[in-house]
Design a binder for this molecule. Structure first.
Ligand SMILES: Cc1cc2nc3c(=O)[nH]c(=O)nc-3n(C[C@H](O)[C@H](O)[C@H](O)COP(=O)(O)O)c2cc1C
Length: 198
């Protein structure tokens, strides 16, 4: 009799959305780290969090970049030239708890933005799965994936996701909103399925 009741309780539990239960248990070890100035990369980070689960952390600098577009472009070019790694205000105490780390960034000067270099330099992602995602002004990823590969030599780097976002140079700030956000969500879901994160 007891076995019979146990069997039916088990069947009932499996009927209560087994897919969600799966995502919850999987997502505990998922971290979504991102850099975003005008919100496009953050929108993609939110889509990933909605679809996969996990913890979201935004990278912030001890000394923020200037608001002015030309000033930030010049500063980033200088930092890239000298290899300067801007110190992060963001601290992640429990990075060891995560096995999968999504790293999201805009393309800056056709490269990986210096704050993301700071993050990958400061935190050891050896043995972890690293999944890059990106937004850009229409010129693509540039050399950013190669830079990630160099900074994470012992990580399992999966296929990246890249979409066009804003183009601050031309006064286009947050573009991944409304209908465009749903379009990006559909593309992201396809990518997540391909890399078996969904
Ligand atoms: C300093 C700086 C440099 C940029 N360089 C590029 C670039 O080289 N290629 C490109 O396609 N877009 C470039 N962009 C545009 C951003 O990649 C694009 O607007 C992105 O969607 C911004 O993401 P965010 O809203 O998350 O900050 C640059 C933007 C900034 C602020």
């Amino acid at each position: 009799m007891n076995r019979f009741i146990f069997f039916w309780i088990l069947i009932l539990l499996l009927m209560v959305n087994p897919v969600n239960a799966q995502v919850e248990s999987d997502s505990e070890d998922v971290l979504i780290v991102y850099l975003s100035r005008t919100g496009n990369t953050e929108a993609v980070a939110e889509i990933i969090r909605d679809e996969v689960g996990g913890d979201m952390v935004e990278l912030e600098l001890e000394t923020p970049y200037p608001e002015d577009y030309d000033a930030i472009v010049a500063q980033v070019a200088r930092e890239n030239e000298t290899g300067y790694l801007p110190p992060l205000k963001t601290k992640i105490e429990n990075i060891g708890n995560y096995n999968t780390v999504f790293v999201g960034f805009p393309t800056w000067g056709m490269r990986l933005p210096p704050p993301m270099k700071s993050f990958l330099h400061e935190y050891d992602l050896s043995g972890k799965t690293v999944i890059p995602f990106n937004t850009n002004g229409g010129y693509g990823l540039g050399s950013s994936i190669r830079q990630i590969e160099e900074l994470c030599p012992d990580s399992n780097i999966l296929e990246s996701f890249s979409v066009s976002g804003g183009l601050e140079r031309d006064g286009i700030y947050l573009d991944i909103k409304g209908a465009r956000r749903e379009e990006v969500r559909a593309e992201a879901v396809e990518w997540l399925e391909n890399i078996q994160m969904q």
